[in-house]
Design a protein. Structure first.
Length: 292
């Protein structure tokens, strides 16, 4: 984001320069989506932050001396930066209600190691992946991202301040967890995926409840979600050139080429052969996708 804007955000890859990335005088939230970081503090203490964790860091109270990446492959993190003065002014009235470690980190007296780690909720992961708005102009994007960053910050802090999850937040989180479990189970065997009863058993609920809550959280039914996963996988196989349409159809569980072609058209807007031609022509592909 522009340097004149009060909030900043950026995606990080392994090997980023820590001291140059996070300036003093800011509060940083680091959402670890994949991979891990290991910090070294001045007194020799080591601290590791792993996948599916959120790191709160008060840069004004000090930064780690060293940062290492135990396994840099696939590292993915979203960094959110907030002005320390904005944080202090925004949270002054909430200090007595906040979790003690978070209150000390953000408002003082600062701890020896100015970092607090929390679990990354499934809702947070979904929020991070939907955060950026690349299609907007620069000014509109800054306004939207600043607003969303503020909303995220207060949602996390107020959940901490209550000492418990709000019921609606917990319900949403559990629903998103079930969506993730269903996705993982389906991707494990697209050719012969588990049926609804087995998916419900994996999610620890009854089939009817899973169907309803999945549709509410994912915005589609499990059967249509399975179709989407199958077609996305088939599209990867086709575009790689490793398989033709018949082979890709069998690979993802379609025994009928006509059924596969119909499903592909409904998901991609074109049958497999036409989609391949469109994919080979970026400008044409963009036009067709825009009409979809």
């Amino acid at each position: 984001m522009d340097a004149s804007f009060p909030f900043h955000s950026r995606w990080l890859a392994a090997g980023f320069a820590w001291q140059d990335t996070i300036p003093e005088g800011s509060v940083a939230l680091l959402l670890l989506l994949n991979g891990a970081l290991e910090f070294g503090w001045m007194d020799g203490r080591r601290q590791q932050v792993g996948k599916s964790q959120v790191l709160w860091l008060n840069c004004g109270a000090g930064l780690p001396l060293t940062v290492n990446w135990p396994n840099p492959d696939g590292f993915e993190a979203l960094l959110l930066q907030y002005p320390a003065a904005w944080v202090r002014n925004s949270l002054a009235a909430l200090q007595k209600e906040m979790a003690p470690d978070l209150s000390a980190l953000l408002l003082g007296p600062h701890p020896a190691h100015p970092a607090v780690v929390r679990a990354l909720e499934a809702e947070d992961r979904a929020w991070a992946h939907g955060f950026m708005a690349p299609t907007l102009c620069s000014a509109a994007r800054q306004l939207l991202e600043g607003s969303r960053m503020s909303e995220f910050f207060f949602r996390k802090v107020l959940t901490e301040a209550r000492g418990e999850e709000l019921f609606c937040t917990r319900t949403r989180r559990l629903a998103l967890d079930r969506v993730a479990k269903v996705r993982e189970a389906l991707l494990a065997d697209l050719e012969q995926p588990p049926d609804l009863a087995e998916l419900a058993r994996l999610c620890g609920c009854n089939p009817q409840y899973l169907s309803r809550t999945f549709a509410e959280a994912a915005g589609t039914t499990i059967s249509l979600y399975l179709r989407r996963l199958r077609i996305e996988r088939a599209a990867e196989l086709l575009s790689s050139g490793r398989m033709n349409a018949s082979e890709a159809a069998l690979e993802v569980g379609y025994r009928s080429l006509s059924h596969f072609s119909q499903a592909f058209r409904e998901e991609k807007g074109s049958p497999p052969s036409a989609w391949l031609r469109e994919s080979a022509s970026p400008s044409l592909h963009m036009t067709v996708r825009g009409k979809k």
